[in-house]
Design a protein around this ligand. Structure first.
Ligand SMILES: C[S@@+](CC[C@H](N)C(=O)[O-])C[C@H]1O[C@@H](n2cnc3c(N)ncnc32)[C@H](O)[C@@H]1O
Length: 220
C-alpha cells in the first residue's frame, strides 16, 4: 500500500487500497471513496438540468476550468459535448483519475470517454492552448452560505481545496480578454462576486446560479 500523506492539505490523506484511492480525514477518521457510477441518477435528469438551458446545442468543445470531482463535467458531457477538465489540486486529480478507471456503468463510461482530464492551473492552460472552445466553465468553491448538511464529497472538497476570491476574479477577468467564446460562471445564489462583469444572462436555481458571459477577444 503506497500511502500519500500530505499534511499541508488539512490533515487529509489519500490511501491507495485495493478498492481504490480512499480519502481519509486523520482527525475525524471519516473516509470517502469517489464512485462515479453514482452520477447515473444526476445524468439521467440531464435534460432538466439548468446547464441544458445555459448551453445551447451539442457536439461542442467545453473547457471545465475547475474540474473537482467532475460532477458538472459529467452533466455537460452527458448532454453530448466533449469536455476538457482542468484541476489544479494534486489530491483531487489523483482521486478523480483513479475513480475514472473504476467506472462500471456503461452510461457513465461513455460519458467519461468524452472527458479529458488535465492536471494544472486553468489560466496556464488557457494562456498556452491553441485549441478554441465553445464554452469555458468556472465553478470555484463558494465562500458563503455553507449548506447545513454537506455531502461527504462536499466536506472533503472544502477541506482539501483552498479558495482565493481575488485570484478567481483575476482569472475570470483575464480569460474574458483572451477568448471570444461563451463563459459560464457558477456561484452561490446569494453571492454577487462577478456582478462587476458584463453578465448577459443569469439562470437561477434554489442554491446556485449560472451566469453567462461572452469573451471580448474578437480574433478568437
Ligand atoms: C467547487 S470545486 C468544482 C466542483 C465541480 N464543478 C464538480 O462538479 O465536481 C472547485 C475545484 O476547482 C479547482 N480549482 C480552483 N482553482 C483552479 C484553477 N485556477 N485551475 C484549476 N483548477 C482550479 C479546485 O481545486 C476544486 O477542485
Amino acid at each position: 500500500m503506497d500511502n500519500l500523506i500530505n499534511e499541508s492539505l488539512n490533515g487529509i490523506i489519500v490511501e491507495s487500497t485495493k478498492k481504490g484511492c480512499i480519502l481519509k480525514d486523520k482527525e475525524t477518521l471519516m473516509t470517502y471513496l469517489l464512485n462515479l457510477d453514482e452520477y447515473e441518477t444526476i445524468v439521467k435528469e440531464n435534460k432538466n438540468h439548468t446547464l441544458n438551458k445555459v448551453i445551447k446545442n451539442n457536439n461542442l468543445n467545453i473547457l471545465d476550468c475547475t474540474g473537482g470531482f467532475a460532477r458538472d463535467s459529467a452533466i455537460i458531457s452527458s448532454l453530448g459535448n466533449s469536455v476538457t477538465l482542468i484541476e489544479s489540486n494534486p489530491i483531487i486529480i489523483r482521486v478523480l483519475n483513479d475513480a475514472t478507471k473504476r467506472v462500471r456503468s456503461t452510461a457513465i463510461s461513455t460519458i467519461f470517454n468524452r472527458i479529458t482530464t488535465k492536471f494544472g492551473d486553468c489560466i496556464d492552460f488557457i494562456r498556452t492552448t491553441k485549441k478554441k472552445y465553445d464554452y469555458i466553465y468556472f465553478d470555484f468553491m463558494f465562500n458563503t452560505s455553507k449548506s447545513a448538511l454537506p455531502s461527504k464529497r462536499e466536506q472533503f472538497l472544502r477541506k482539501i481545496v483552498s479558495n482565493n476570491l481575488n485570484r478567481n476574479q483575476e482569472i475570470v477577468e483575464e480569460v474574458l480578454q483572451r477568448v471570444g467564446c461563451k463563459i459560464i460562471i457558477k456561484e452561490h445564489v446569494k453571492s454577487n462576486d462577478y456582478k462587476h462583469l458584463d453578465i448577459i444572462n443569469t439562470y437561477k436555481e434554489k442554491v446556485v446560479k449560472y451566469h453567462l458571459l461572452i469573451g471580448k477577444n474578437e480574433h478568437y
